[in-house]
Structures are given as C-alpha cells and as structure tokens.
Ligand binder design. Sequence first.
Ligand code: SF4
Length: 170
Amino acid sequence: MPRTSRSLCDRDAIFSEVRAVYQELEQRPVERDCLRRTECCQFKLTGKTPYLTAGEALYAADALRAQGKTRLEEKADGSCPLLDARTGRCQIYESRPFSCRTHFCAAAGGPYSRKEVIDLIRRLEDVDHAMGGPGAQTLPVAIKEALAGSAVSGRPGVLSKPMPRDRGRR
Ligand code: SF4
C-alpha cells in the first residue's frame, strides 16, 4: 500500500496490503509446510491463541461473510471459532491470519523467528494504525469486532489516519 494518505473508505487498499503481506510470506525462503492438522487451532489444548491486527481481522471477517456467516460459532472445547466443527477444517484457510501461518506448529516446521518476519509484522501494524485499530487482539476478539463493524472506529474498511511512516521498503 503506498505510504500516502487514504482518507476515505479504502477497504480495497487494506485488503490489498494484507494479501500482499501473506503472499510475501509465502515467498520467503524459509521451509514451512502446513499440513492442515489443525493442532494449532486448538487454543485450549495448546494454551496459545493467535493475535490479529485490524486489517487481518477485517480480511478474515470478509472471508466469513462471503460464506454467508456473520457470527462466530461458540466453541465449548476451546478451539478456534473458525474451525468447522463438521469438517474439522479452517473455514477461511486461504484467508487465515498471519499468526496461523507463522506461529508455533512444530509439524509445519516450528515458528518463524521474529527477525524472519518482523518487516511483514510491521506492515500489518501499519495497516492497523491507519485504520485506527486497537493493535493486535486475540483472534476471537478481533474477528468478533470486525464482524460487528467495530474494529476500525466503528467503520469497517475506513482508513481513519494517513498511512504511517515509510519503512523504506519500496
Ligand atoms: S483461523 Fe483457521 S488456521 Fe487459524 S486457528 Fe482458526 S481454524 Fe486454525
């Protein structure tokens, strides 16, 4: 996303940048292979919950809405609310958040070290900042707010501030 002011509804710019970050991660020369075992989706069992920035949450919520879903499932077993109880699969796998692509799954090759992806994390934080987001929140909270339309100053898809500092990436 160009580091220029985008003052009005710019959902496309938000999604474009989030998508670009995910695509760049895929191209990193770090061997990782998600086998879709969904072990890392069992938050209660692992004791770990992914954190999402506002742009990621909006992107994930949009993928859910595209399936006609506007609410998160309550999960008594403490698993991710986006894990389909019927199929055992992630409901938004292609749009899954950054943490789901990088965190602690040993079967996928273990977590990325922070230095391997810090530039991408900062880009997601930049989007969050430009949206007036609250910073990274746990997945259930972030997506619930995005679905409710409260993730970005009550106006999903709005950049409430100019895009922040140029980090010299382009
Ligand atoms: S969003 Fe998908 S991949 Fe991430 S924890 Fe939830 S079910 Fe698993």
